[in-house]
Every structure is written in C-alpha cells, then in structure tokens.
Design a protein around this ligand. Sequence first.
Ligand SMILES: Nc1ncnc2c1ncn2[C@@H]1O[C@H](COP(=O)(O)OP(=O)(O)OP(=O)(O)O)[C@@H](O)[C@H]1O
Length: 250
Amino acid sequence: MLELKDVSVIFNQGTQLEKVALHDMSCKIQDGDFITLLGSNGAGKSTLFNVISGSVEVSQGSVYMDGIDITNEKEHVRAKNIGRLFQNPEHGTAKHLTVEENLALAYSARKRGLFSLAVHKEDREYFKEKLRTLDMGLEDRLKTPIGLLSGGQRQAVALMMAVLNPPKILLLDEHTAALDPKSAKKILRITNELIEKEHITALMITHNINDALVNGNRLFIMNDGTLIQDFETERKKQLKPADILNYYEV
Ligand SMILES: Nc1ncnc2c1ncn2[C@@H]1O[C@H](COP(=O)(O)OP(=O)(O)OP(=O)(O)O)[C@@H](O)[C@H]1O
C-alpha cells in the first residue's frame, strides 16, 4: 500500500516565483488499485507522480510504501519498485539501442540493480516470449534500433520495459496521448491486460474523460494542487462524462 500524508510541494519557496504545486495532499492507494487521474493543466498531477517516484522532494509531509517511510529514499532506489511511462515514447527508451538492448537495460536494472546492455541467451528467449504477448510482431524485431519503430510500437516496448520484473507501482503519465487513435486504443488494451495479469498497482494520468471512466477501479480528480474527488469503484461506475465536466474550472 502507498500512502501520502499531508504532502505539500512548493517550488521556488520564498521567492516571487513561489508555486504550491501540491497542497497538503493525503491519500491511500491500496494494492491492486488502478486509479485514473483527471485535472486541468497545472493541477499537480505530474508533481504527484514525481513525489511518488522520488524525482521531486516534498516540502512537507511523508510518503509511505507498505508502512515504511520512503520520503527521503532516492529515485534510483525506488525505481526497483516503481515503473513509469511518459507521453513521449522517446522518454524512457534509448533510440540508438536495439529493442533487445533497451529491454536488457530495464531488466538488469530492476533484476540485478545495475544497468547492462548484455543480452543473455535465456533473457532473449524471455524477451521474445513477453513481446509475443503484445501481438504486434515485435518478437521478430529484437535487433532493430528502437528509433526505427513507430510511436505505438515504441510505446509498447516502453510499457514492456516498465513491467519486466513487475513493479509494485506503475505510473502512466498520459502514455497514450501522443499516439494515433488506433495505436492509443491498442496500447491502452495492452496496459489493462498487463496490469491485470501481473497484479500491478497503477495510476494513469489522462485528459481523456472517457478513458478515465472506462479504465481502472478508482478515479482521482485534482485541482490546484488538491485532491478534490476520490471516486471508489461503485461511485465511479455511475459517473457520466457530463458529471466530470463540473469539476473543471471555466
Ligand atoms: N520544477 C518546477 N518548478 C517550478 N514550478 C513547477 C515545476 N514543476 C511544476 N511546476 C508548477 O507546478 C504546477 C503543477 O504542475 P504539474 O506539472 O504537476 O501539473 P499537471 O496537473 O501535471 O499539468 P498538465 O496537465 O499541464 O501536465 C504548475 O503550475 C507548474 O507550472
């Protein structure tokens, strides 16, 4: 379980540029939750992800994972338990490296705690088997530099990299927003399958209200650095897109 207790993030504190990006935020994320996250631009969604991944220091409050205080744990240490995907598939994959080298980097980092490009024979078979489940023919592209793949194919590999040795928490930061509608749908379907199969706890930021409603078991709505709504399973099921629009400032 992941818990945030009274977490505030204040950028440029004490200067004219001071910005409270998260304001006294508290929430409990249970194992197996798949939370979709909506909110207007600047609401603090990515900052929340940065707090969870450890790439931004909290100004106040605490973060706990499985009851252990990880507030001061460094990002690279947390990376063993936390996978993250970004809007741009280029973020998180190395374009000059082949598909299998990218997978090897991610695999060695989480499995052995070090970065290695070496692809062991048994690892190659494992990567092939995993890529086959995507049903995109990527198992035959292991030796292709990843920069030559389409955005959708590259995001599918990035997703696989994030869930090799399944992390406890998967952070999806608008990971389908840069893809064409068909690829976006496919990546979202694969995301759901992987989350379910590997029992991963996930949070997904999206600006697509429909995606936020049909995916996941819980919905967070943020505004101005605050969590203003937390819809649990049954309440979420009853929501219509028009209900959501009321939470956006006009
Ligand atoms: N490193 C930083 N330095 C200063 N201000 C920042 C920094 N990172 C974020 N902010 C500010 O904090 C606020 C929250 O930003 P954040 O990126 O978390 O919002 P968001 O909800 O993810 O927005 P979007 O939907 O546009 O991606 C914004 O006003 C943003 O400008």
